[in-house]
Design a protein around this ligand. Structure first.
Ligand code: ADP
Length: 489
């Protein structure tokens, strides 16, 4: 049986700031279904240590980056997936966000915290004890796991295979070079063909340089990040490894995101009971204090509120949306100026705009069920999950044509409508004008009830479950491991 260690800084429901947590929760059980022994390694944040079932100490950890020591805790998630957590209180026993101090700045010791994640991961492969679990392959996610492939590369052989997945290339983990000794990195690694990145230590750069194989979370994003517009400085490295770089779409956990069984909804529904969706809409309007009008097209945004997510584009397009009788609900946190601007519009249009600043899983479900249109106006979107949830909830996605949004939403062009394959709306330019045009198209169709329901039903029956993605990862793992075991020519 193939053994894989998933190295990640987030995993729902223990710790989540974004889509990475959902992927870390859903892909391992989908891989386990295919007969792979997958285990997850996480930093031991308080919520992780508290939330693990069947906790026990697996082994002591010493000489960690920064010189500390700790313990490796073993346990499992409610779904049975085995989890290891790094219990090192000086690094991880802190309240709140995994990356940010209460003031909103990065924790200053993040390089040591996530260097430790990579270091402990690489240590799994070094065990000589037959009692300890030894992975054949380490799969790292995002910059927080970026040093793992570097540490593995500096180990003696035999060493495990390594895969690095980019969930968002905008976050790269770049730190001063004087941390080299504290991070147990050899001096010779500090070069362009190594971990050096614009004069510092690049965590994601290191991962992308040393891992045997690279992936990202949609085919379109895999193409985009090889260009200067999207690569954020790493485009050259990625283009040079294009043959070892795949885009594999994320999936949805339909056990959690299913309008027929969702416990958060006022009333469940499915493609044959679409009328029941209206009860959820009216409840959502009431909850936000909006006019309780089933005929007003209700748009929604559930998102981190950042420039990348295009929250500013939505603000600029909002007057046109309201002028056409639309309503908007927003759930999100992020840039303080965007939060304040959204709250201001809600204050001046209390019957048409509702804004909830904060993180609220249950409300995210109720919005997916109650809204008519789910907006994802991102400037860049590696895969995007909210549009996939929206499709299943018959909440028509309106997206910018980029990354995974382009791969998962079929724009309601006249041809697509005639074909019956349209599932949403897409626009190209990241400008308010292009977004307004898409909003107008959405509102026009919303008022044509039969055509709208055709789009909803088509959207609800598209399958973006994890099975296909898990098979793609399993195939990649298998090829990598058997390639390494083959005798050299
Ligand atoms: P990203 O990972 O870039 O933030 P994704 O679309 O891949 O974007 O994933 C976002 C995930 O976070 C989705 O599961 C979405 O429902 C959730 N989410 C985002 N903001 C909030 C919020 N304020 N409250 C609840 N869930 C949220």
């Amino acid at each position: 049986m193939m053994r894989v260690l998933f190295v990640t800084s987030e995993c729902f429901p223990l710790v989540k700031t974004g889509g990475l947590a959902d992927v870390s929760a859903a892909l391992p059980p989908a891989l386990a279904q295919l007969g792979i022994d997958v285990r997850v390694l996480l930093p031991g944040y308080p919520a992780v240590l508290d939330g693990l079932e069947g906790r026990r100490t697996a082994r002591p950890l010493s000489d960690l980056p920064g010189g500390g020591s700790g313990r490796l805790i073993a346990g499992h998630l409610a779904n049975g997936v085995p989890v290891y957590a790094i219990d090192q209180p000086e690094l991880f026993d802190r309240p709140g966000n995994p990356y940010l101090a209460p003031g909103g700045a990065d924790w200053t010791d993040n390089p040591l915290r996530f260097g430790t994640l990579g270091w402990v991961a690489a240590g799994f492969a070094q065990t000589t004890s037959s009692h300890q679990w030894r992975p054949d392959l380490l799969h790292g996610h995002d910059w927080q796991a970026g040093l793992m492939p570097a540490y593995v590369a500096f180990q003696g052989s035999p060493r495990p295979a390594t895969v690095m997945t980019i969930h968002n290339i905008a976050y790269q983990g770049q730190f001063p070079p004087d941390l080299l000794p504290a991070l147990h990195l050899p001096a010779h690694s500090f070069q362009v063909d190594g971990i050096e990145y614009y004069g510092g230590i690049g965590f994601l750069k290191a991962g992308l340089y040393y891992a045997d194989r690279l992936t990202t979370v949609s085919p379109t994003y895999a193409r985009e990040v090889q260009s200067a517009d999207y690569g954020c400085g790493l485009e050259g490295l990625l283009a040079s490894r294009t043959d070892q770089f795949d885009g594999i779409l994320n999936g949805v956990d339909y056990g959690i995101w299913n309008p027929a069984t969702d416990p958060h909804l006022i009333r469940p529904y499915d493609p044959d009971r679409l009328d029941a969706k209206i009860a959820n809409k009216v409840a959502l309007q009431a909850g936000f204090g909006l006019a309780p009008d089933p005929d007003a097209p209700l748009f929604a945004l559930v998102s981190r509120l950042t420039w990348h997510k295009g929250a500013d584009l939505l603000l600029a397009a909002l007057p046109a949306l309201l002028a056409r009788g639309g309503q908007l609900v927003v759930l999100g946190t992020g840039d303080k100026s965007l939060e304040a601007a959204l709250l201001r519009v809600a204050g001046s249009h209390p019957r048409a705009v509702g804004v909830h600043i904060g993180y609220d899983e249950a409300l995210a479900h109720r919005i997916q069920a109650g809204a008519d249109v789910l907006m994802v106006p991102s400037r860049a979107e590696p895969c995007g999950l909210t549009q996939l949830y929206a499709l299943r909830y018959g909440t028509v996605p309106l997206v910018r044509r980029t990354g995974g949004l382009e791969d998962t939403v079929i724009d309601a062009t006249p041809a697509a409508l005639a074909d019956g394959c349209a599932t949403g709306f897409a626009f190209d330019d990241p400008t308010p004008g292009a977004l307004v045009w898409a909003i107008r198209r959405a509102i026009d169709l919303f008022h044509q009830r039969d055509r709208w329901q055709t789009i909803q039903r088509r959207a609800m029956t598209r399958d973006f479950g994890w099975d296909a993605s898990a098979r793609a990862y399993a195939g990649l793992y298998q090829r990598l491991i058997s390639g390494r075991q083959a005798p050299s020519p």
